[in-house]
Design a protein around this ligand. Sequence first.
Ligand code: 5AD
Ligand code: FES
Length: 349
Amino acid sequence: MTTAELNAITDRIRSSRTITLEQLSALLDTADTDAVEYLHAQAREVAQSIYGTAVFMRGLVEVTNYCRNNCNYCGIRRDNAHADRYRLDDDTILDCCRTGYEHGMRTFVLQGGEDGQFGDARLVALVARIRAEFPDCAITLSFGERSRDSYQRLFDTGANRYLLRHETADARHYAYLHPSEMSWEHRMECLRQLREIGYQVGAGFMVGSPGQTHATLLQDLRFVAEFRPEMCGIGPFIAAQHTPFADQPDGSVEQTLRLLSLLRLLHPHVLLPATTALGTLHPRGRELGILAGANVIMPNLSPTDYRPKYSIYDGKICLGDDVSHCRHCLEMRIHSVGYQLVVDRGDFR
Ligand code: 5AD
Ligand code: FES
């Protein structure tokens, strides 16, 4: 594909938002590096036209690695007896938020496995404390599939956003990635409920997950273009030891960057993180993500002694680095590509 042809395609994407299968196929698979560079440049331009050169920080607190689910890719799946399980207590979680606040974070993401100990009573109390202490911050939750009533109560208590990656927009692929007791339809239903309740919703998927094909990726792109989640988290699949997919090849950094750019063009306002998984597979992965159209970074606020235990995949970066170290590291990295970390909630515009 020539750059001129690509130009015509991206113009059509941006003007009509209707994309044919063939057009997308070309962008994901082309061997023309000029065309790929052009794709990234277009995505950057679109991101900058909306968010400027700001990069938003979301402080991530990994509150529990207990999980009732058994996802085939995930290192903290129920059947991984090697996982050293932990739960943070509420005071520790509050302390993580305080440290994050001191380092300029105005969004806290509380994430955990589907842990029965984090039922509504406990989570509502926790969200209430964070809401009271940090009235100027956004609270994002990521605790998997819960009842509509639970989502509603957490929202009413002050949670603003919810991350629930759809993982794949193809029901058969979903069944390959998950045990039979989990269902794609239920996941989609949860996303719809979160949206109806009024959350800013984050969907997302892994790039290069086992069984993923060109066709399933196109479905992911279509899903994002239609559902228009406020956030979309994508990162490469990275094999996790002691899981059914331990011997599967990692996803590709290159393909992740192309998908970031495509998502930016398809859904210009989306908040798009340059994920830790991307930074794990490439020493400058997060910077490259920003240059491909991402505009969010998620520094880890979890206490360093617990971080190695939240090992959803192998080789995760920043395990021993305290918050001020990561903050400075990110500042440098983001600056090096011409962007700035900002002290801002970073709401969807
Ligand atoms: N590699 C990359 N990403 C993973 N996730 C879970 N396991 C892995 C893995 N092995 C992602 C899933 C999940 C998010 C919290 O982390 O998409 O939704
Ligand atoms: Fe944590 Fe660089 S971001 S060490």
